[in-house]
Design a protein around this ligand. Structure first.
Ligand SMILES: O=C(O)c1ccccc1NCC(=O)[C@H](O)[C@H](O)COP(=O)(O)O
Length: 220
């Protein structure tokens, strides 16, 4: 049985937006953060100008997160300049110095598929001392996120001292169980709230938020 987390509210990040209308709806439904993907090769990739327009659709008190995977430094700088994200998220082999170099807090995505390396909490903290938190995602090292696949949640390292976000294959149907099993700071979803890559589905977003709230109120 997990210890109760009195009055705890699991943060919700919806990722991979391509349409301002979806951003507006996600904010109304209760998302805490909205993610824009700039990783090359992603079907959800947007240009800085598009993300800037979507950022303007954001409600107050909702974070804009810019997501990268081994993008060149100039690309990251340009996104920061145009979009003004409140948080960066790095999915590639970026080191702490690179991630810190933009003057914006960052989350480091940790690949939980395939061979696990460096996932011991002390190794993570030593490798990314500047990280605001970690995001555990299902891809293997060198792979992409946004796969819609889960990983074995038992692989999450015990004793991580920074907030962590659970990602990878979370849906309205498994987010309750995912929160109960892992007690994350937040959950991150892309495929599970879509009708097609990059196109968000209002009913799925609403159901997802309802299930997170249900998990937060649940007492064993
Ligand atoms: O979404 C992408 O296409 C993507 C490409 C490269 C790196 C990361 C990417 N997405 C990350 C996310 O959307 C989420 O952080 C996470 O991977 C959850 O995705 P999903 O399994 O689809 O819910």
């Amino acid at each position: 049985m997990n210890p109760p987390r009195t009055l705890f509210r699991t943060r919700i990040k919806f990722c991979g937006f391509t349409r301002p209308g979806d951003v507006r709806l996600a904010c109304e439904l209760g998302a805490d953060a909205i993610g824009f993907v700039f990783a090359s090769g992603s079907s959800r990739r947007v240009a800085a100008e598009e993300a800037r327009a979507m950022r303007q659709a954001l409600a107050p008190l909702v974070d804009a997160v810019a997501l990268f995977s081994d993008n060149p430094v100039d690309e990251v700088r340009e996104v920061v300049r145009q979009v003004r994200p409140s948080l960066l998220q790095f999915h590639g082999n970026e080191d702490d110095a690179f991630c810190r170099g933009f003057g914006v807090p960052y989350l480091k995505a940790i690949p939980m598929g395939g061979e696990l390396a460096d996932q011991h909490p002390s190794a993570l903290h030593m490798r990314y001392p500047g990280a605001a938190g970690f995001l555990f995602d299902s891809h293997a090292r060198g792979g992409s996120g946004g796969s819609g696949k889960t990983f074995d949640w038992k692989r999450i390292p015990v004793g991580v001292q920074k907030p962590f976000v659970l990602a990878g294959g979370i849906t309205p149907d498994n987010v309750f169980e995912a929160i109960q099993a892992t007690l994350p700071w937040g959950v991150d979803v892309s495929s599970g709230i879509e009708s097609a890559p990059g196109l968000k589905d209002g009913d799925k977003m609403r159901h997802f938020v309802e299930e997170v709230r249900r998990a937060d109120c649940h007492v064993d």
